[in-house]
Design a protein around this ligand. Structure first.
Ligand SMILES: Cc1cc2nc3c(=O)[nH]c(=O)nc-3n(C[C@H](O)[C@H](O)[C@H](O)COP(=O)(O)OP(=O)(O)OC[C@H]3O[C@@H](n4cnc5c(N)ncnc54)[C@H](O)[C@@H]3O)c2cc1C
Length: 336
């Protein structure tokens, strides 16, 4: 079995974030000699964790320049770490940082990269990568003869490494000065009012356009819908998803759910999050939306229409009910 290199950028305190710990577990599970390559301002805490996981060699590129996510420095660090390790295969978490930098590194080294991997294992004695194609419609298992082969592992697919830390001997990798044009001055997030996307939540709560439509009394009730949904999210700590129809309405600045942005959209042209359970409300459950539910363990929906898309094999349970009434009642139970 060839050596496997885990590439990870460290957090501000030098530790490994959850995505990196997931990638560490995936790399270790392959069973080859484990190398770990770290980039960041500081690396010793992460290196100690890697030592505890049984890493045979631990390399690090450290310095303030590597604290900030920036293509030039991240790519230079990854390239140097790969060259120092000599491993043919490198695994990294599919963070925005590595997703931006590693394709360029694979190109520089004449290798290949596969993104959005959901599993890694050994088939016929060689590493194999599982990933989905065509917006989660087809699952494929790939092996490659080209090296270096870099793999970005989607977050939430593998249980994070959680063993005790060891005492690491770090091999410092020096790299030539990197020319950069980018200075990171800070982070600006979309104005979503409050944080509603929670990838680690047990429940995905989806709101569809029905929340903004005329109800039985012939009127719309957007302010009440907003309050019901936000109260539910606060009490349940669920992650909020939306249908395309709803997030498009919000994008047009109409008087709808003000905390809903395109980042919340689930589906073919949106996100495919991973949560053990999902609850859809006021959403029809059309195929382009429901395809984003591929990795939701148990699916339930509340819709007034007994003939909606969820009823056609897309949900495990469909409650034919008024979502305003259901969520009002649930909030009372959660708060009681
Ligand atoms: C190329 C392409 C890509 C697309 N990508 C996506 C995508 O990524 N994500 C996505 O979501 N869509 C996507 N769509 C759009 C998708 O086909 C649907 O148009 C969209 O999902 C509909 O949103 P909705 O169910 O919220 O709204 P609607 O279809 O308007 O459904 C509203 C539902 O609310 C119910 N309702 C109303 N009031 C209540 C109440 N009080 N209680 C309970 N139920 C109530 C109604 O019965 C109805 O079923 C895509 C379409 C195309 C063509």
């Amino acid at each position: 079995m060839e050596p496997i290199l885990l590439l990870a950028h460290t957090e501000a305190d030098g530790s490994l974030g959850k995505p990196a710990l997931e990638a560490l577990a995936a790399a270790k599970n392959l069973g080859g000699e484990l190398h770990v390559g770290l980039a960041g301002a500081e690396a010793q805490p992460a290196a100690d964790v890697a030592a505890g996981a049984g890493a045979a060699r631990i390399f690090a590129v450290t310095g303030e320049a590597f604290a900030q996510p920036r293509y030039a420095t991240d790519a230079a660090a990854a390239e140097a770490l790969l060259r120092a390790s000599g491993a043919g295969m490198a695994i990294a978490a599919g963070t925005s940082r590595w997703s931006r930098a590693l394709a360029g590194v694979a190109f520089r080294l004449g290798g290949r990269i596969d993104t959005h991997a959901t599993a890694l294992d050994i088939r016929n004695g060689v590493p194999a990568v599982t990933r989905w194609f065509y917006r989660q419609r087809l699952e494929a298992v790939l092996t490659r003869s080209q090296r270096p082969w870099m793999v970005l592992l989607d977050t939430g697919c593998v249980a994070a490494w959680s063993g005790a830390a060891g005492v690491a001997r770090v091999e410092t990798v020096a790299i030539p000065a990197v020319e950069t044009r980018t200075t990171v001055s800070g982070t600006r997030s979309p104005e979503a009012g409050e944080q509603t996307i929670r990838p680690d939540a047990k429940l995905l709560f989806v709101a569809g356009a029905g929340w903004t439509k005329k109800q039985a009394d012939g009127a719309t009730h957007a302010p009440e819908a907003e309050k019901l949904i936000l109260d539910f999210l606060r009490a349940s700590q669920a992650s909020l998803g939306g249908s395309k129809s709803l997030v498009d309405l919000s994008g047009e600045g109409e008087a709808v759910l003000r905390f809903m942005t395109h980042l919340n959209q689930i589906g073919q042209t949106g996100a495919t999050p991973r949560h053990p359970k999902g609850l859809s409300t006021c959403c029809h459950g059309e195929e382009p939306h429901a395809v984003g539910w591929r990795f939701i363990g148990q699916r339930r929906a509340v819709n007034l229409d007994a003939n909606c898309g969820w009823a056609r094999g897309k949900a495990d349970v469909l409650y034919v009910a008024d979502a305003f009434e259901v969520i009002r009642e649930m909030n009372a139970l959660l708060e009681g």
